[in-house]
Design a protein around this ligand. Structure first.
Ligand code: NAD
Length: 253
C-alpha cells in the first residue's frame, strides 16, 4: 500500500498535509473517535460554547481536565517529525491541523506553515476583553485554589483558545487553510476520520481541483472512496517510511 502512496505523490511539489487526532495518539493523547477515543467516555453534546459560558460548574470541570491533561506533557512522535522533514524539502505548501496540542510546532515545523483550525489548548484568552494571559500564570492560580480563574483585567470569563461546538473557527485560520488548499497539488491526510466540518472541506477542496488525496489512518474515514491511495497503519511508523521513500538521502529523525 505504501508503494502506491509513494507513486501517487512522486513529482508532487506542493503537498498539503492535513492532520487529525490520530497523529498524536502515539504521543499519549487520546483521539475522539478511534477505538480508545474520548467520545467513548464523554458526550460531545456537552462540549458547547454556550454551556461553557453559562455553567460555572462546567468551567470548573473543564479547567480541572485541562490542567491535568496528557496534552500538557506530550512530546511530538515520529510522525510529527517526519512531516517536518518533508516540509524541509520544500515540497509542502502547509500543514492544516485539527489538533489543539501544538505538536507540529514542537516538532520544529515553522509557525508560518501551520494552520490550527480548532485553536490551541496552550493559549488562553478572556472572552470579554480579549486579554491573553500566560498559560502558566493561569495554571498557577488554578493550582493555588482558584477553580474557575477569571480575567485579571476585566473579571471576564477565561477560556482556552480551543474551538468548542457552536463556536466559529478562527477566520484567519480558515482563510490561510483555503489558500494552502488552492495552491496544493496533492494532500496527505494523517490520523483523521474526515468527519468534522468545516475542517474536512479543506482536503476535499484539493481533490475537487483534480489532485490526489493519500490517506494514512488506522481504520476507515468518511472519504476513503475518494482517496487515490490509502495506507491503513500507525502514523508513527507509516509517515516516516513514506517520507523516507519520497526524500531518499535525507537523515531519519
Ligand atoms: P477522530 O478522533 O475523528 O479520528 C482519529 C482517527 O485516527 C481515527 O480513525 C483513529 O482510528 C485514527 N488513529 C488513531 N491513532 C492512530 C495512529 N497512531 N495512526 C493512524 N491513525 C490513528 O479525529 P479527527 O478526525 O481529528 O477529528 C476530531 C476532532 O478531534 C478534531 O476536531 C480535533 O480538534 C479533536 N482532537 C484533537 C486532539 C489533539 O489535539 N491531539 C485530541 C482529540 C481530539
Amino acid at each position: 500500500m505504501i508503494d502506491h502512496a509513494v507513486s501517487v505523490l512522486a513529482g508532487r511539489t506542493d503537498i498539503l498535509v492535513f492532520t487529525g487526532a490520530g497523529i498524536s495518539t502515539e504521543s499519549g493523547i487520546p483521539d475522539f473517535r478511534g477505538p480508545k477515543g474520548i467520545w467513548k467516555r464523554v458526550d460531545p453534546a456537552d462540549y458547547t460554547y454556550d454551556r461553557y459560558v453559562s455553567d460555572p460548574d462546567f468551567r470548573v470541570n473543564t479547567w480541572g481536565r485541562r490542567f491535568s491533561s496528557p496534552l500538557l506533557d506530550a512530546a511530538p512522535n515520529d510522525a510529527h517529525y517526519a512531516v517536518t522533514r518533508l516540509w524541509e524539502t520544500g515540497r509542502v505548501v502547509g500543514c492544516v491541523t485539527q489538533n489543539i496540542d501544538g505538536l507540529h510546532a514542537a516538532a520544529g515545523l515553522d509557525l508560518s506553515s501551520i494552520v490550527e483550525l480548532h485553536g490551541n489548548a496552550h493559549h488562553i484568552h478572556c472572552i470579554a476583553c480579549g486579554d491573553e494571559p500566560q498559560f502558566d500564570e493561569v495554571a498557577q492560580r488554578w493550582a493555588s485554589g482558584t477553580a474557575d480563574p477569571q480575567c485579571l483585567r476585566c473579571g471576564g470569563i477565561l477560556k482556552t483558545k480551543v474551538v468548542y461546538f457552536g463556536e466559529e473557527l478562527p477566520p484567519q485560520a480558515i482563510s490561510r487553510a483555503w489558500d494552502m488548499a488552492e495552491r496544493a497539488d496533492a494532500v496527505i491526510v494523517i490520523g483523521s476520520t474526515l468527519s468534522v466540518y468545516p475542517a474536512a472541506f479543506i482536503p476535499l477542496a484539493v481533490i475537487e481541483s483534480g489532485n490526489p488525496m493519500v490517506i494514512i489512518n488506522q481504520g476507515p474515514t468518511d472519504h476513503d472512496f475518494r482517496a487515490a491511495a490509502i495506507v491503513n497503519g500507525a502514523a508513527g511508523s507509516v509517515v516516516p517510511e513514506l517520507v523516507g521513500r519520497l526524500t531518499p538521502g535525507l537523515t531519519q529523525h
